[in-house]
Design a protein around this ligand. Sequence first.
Ligand code: ZN
Ligand code: ZN
Length: 358
Amino acid sequence: MIATRIARIRARLAAEGVDALLVTQPSNVRYMSGFTAGHDATLLISGSAALLATDFRYYEQAERQAPDYGLFKLTKGLAEAFSDLAREAGARRVAFESTHLTYALHQELAKVEGVELAPIKGWVEELRAVKSPDELALMRRAVAISDAVIAALPELLQPGMTEKQLAWRIESFMHEHGADEPSFPIIAAGGPNGAMAHAVPSERPLVPGEPIVLDLGARVEGYCSDLTRTVCIGQPDARFREIYAIVLQAQQTAEAGIKAGLLGKDADALARQVIVEAGYGEAFGHGLGHGVGLDIHERPGAGARSEDRLEPGMAVTVEPGIYLPGWGGVRIEDLVVVTEGGVEILSAATKDPVVVVR
Ligand code: ZN
Ligand code: ZN
């Protein structure tokens, strides 16, 4: 699998007329090599060599996790070692990930004699966007953990507990059920706080009858899940039911219409049209969704301006929302996999918003 990924990058090198790709983005390092400490390693992939540069702390781990790579032992900084690294890979013209390599490191690398740098964008990210069955198997495990949180809400949720307390209970639950860690900071936003799409859990107590937006995900062997449900302790009022029904219809319309061949913006439009027609277009201020994998936000985009074309095997979220300042918000999010003729919905958590606490 790693060998196939390397071969695809080598084909790209040949097509673009460069000798090697320097991989610095941590998830790209992991994806291309299998080495899990992507923050502390750099890859150099040329037509004839695949090298993983890291320091003493990781020599053993790198040899174990990345057998397709030659270990390049870093005893000094990458800039000081860069000339040797490029020579070992037989590379003169080296492509670098311009959206990740820092300006400071670029300045240092550019001083190295005999090596020419060429900025590129998204080569590895494009490969990552389409998931293999092995990757999807890990994502299904992560999804099962986030689904289990929703199933456990009658035990986890108590009226009067603060958003922070609920977020911690959810985090602890996910660890107990096999998550390596949450895939992003959990959002638990009650009442008016839910009007902020990316609210941070506060000391505000959760009150029966109001909307509570819960956005959470687990990470399993690097791969993320991402799930949002909006719930209510006890019976919601008429306004909640009205807004919830619109968002649910928008979400189900998008899930029914998304298939391979659509652009990200076409997917977004499926849900947006429902919300606009209901008169809440201004209140849906973010994109429909995003790719998920080793990173919680990755290719493809599925927002109103995304020109990314959806392909079978891409994992994307479908998460329309309506946010009303002073009242709150409703967002419903599933993780789906694009297929030739539609989507497979991975998330199985109930969309019945009523939680009867035990
Ligand atoms: Zn989410
Ligand atoms: Zn999301």
